[in-house]
Design a protein around this ligand. Sequence first.
Ligand SMILES: Nc1nc2c(ncn2[C@@H]2O[C@H](COP(=O)(O)OP(=O)(O)OP(=O)(O)O)[C@@H](O)[C@H]2O)c(=O)[nH]1
Ligand SMILES: [Mg+2]
Length: 311
Amino acid sequence: MSRNEHRAHPPAIRPHHDTNGLIMSSSHVGASPDATPSDTAPAPDASMSRLPRRGHVSPLVKPTASLVIPVRNEARNIAWVLGQIPEEITEIIIVDGASTDVTILTARSVRPDIRVVQQEGVGKGSALRTGFLAAEGDLIVMMDADGSMAPQEIPHYLHFLNNGYDFVKGSRFVAGGGSLDITRLRTLGNRFLLGVFNSLYDTHLTDLCYGFCAFHRRYLDHLKLSATGFEIEAEMVAAAMRAGLRIAEVPSMEMPRRSGKSNLRAVRDGTRVLQAVLDAHSSEKSGLLARVAHPRRRTAPPATSRALGPA
Ligand SMILES: Nc1nc2c(ncn2[C@@H]2O[C@H](COP(=O)(O)OP(=O)(O)OP(=O)(O)O)[C@@H](O)[C@H]2O)c(=O)[nH]1
Ligand SMILES: [Mg+2]
């Protein structure tokens, strides 16, 4: 499939399962902007969700969106990425991992308005966590700097965040998505890790280790991220599941990195992903385990009154 064909399609939506195993559809929108994950629930009446509430950003005001891009020696790719950022992005944060080439110089020459922050610690996970803490937008989008992800897809992620979803992740393995980059070994590894994840969390996601995703910044603290390396993406999805966030998957086309060498090592990093998934799951009962432990939760009505109650 060509990229143009891919972009011509509206983003497909994957219904997700909340932590109680309920399937949420795209009609379930309208969470209270400052609700905790357990409070979030579908709004029964779209007109009600437009009422101004104390301390809330009015839904009529367009949310701001920060784009966080980790970079490590991406001088030959960063201009291509930054040259195509859609206007919905109101802040671009480049998190530098001690690049020894002209990545930052090149980035500033293309977009003088970027914010550059030096990462705390080492690894992609540390870089992203540094970037998330620096972000000021209502929404946070993360993507790679190597040209393997199309910035034109960003509005798809924002669309679902602006329409009731809390956490939106790209998927290369859902209809409309794809990868021109992935090797056979990585395909097998991804399938295995995804299978483990889906059975632990009793869900049906289609991709786990992909660095294009977006979420509401107000949930950052709930995610409690600690990963330092490439396992950060799986940790984020696991944390979103545990926190009960409403998750949507949008199709994404992964392209080969435009230039330079990958920082990922399949076996080492795959093992770290597996460890992160197992650690996250053992830290709190969720999915199937939670439903066995709390069978009544499965049929509990959505907490719409709490989500829409007066300020
Ligand atoms: N700041 C920072 N960025 C990093 C680090 N490691 C990787 N990155 C960036 O994270 C993104 C993803 O890294 P890649 O090396 O492309 O890894 P990958 O996409 O999983 O692997 P490929 O598919 O082979 O490209 C790129 O933008 C890198 O520049 C790091 O330690 N610090
Ligand atoms: Mg890459």
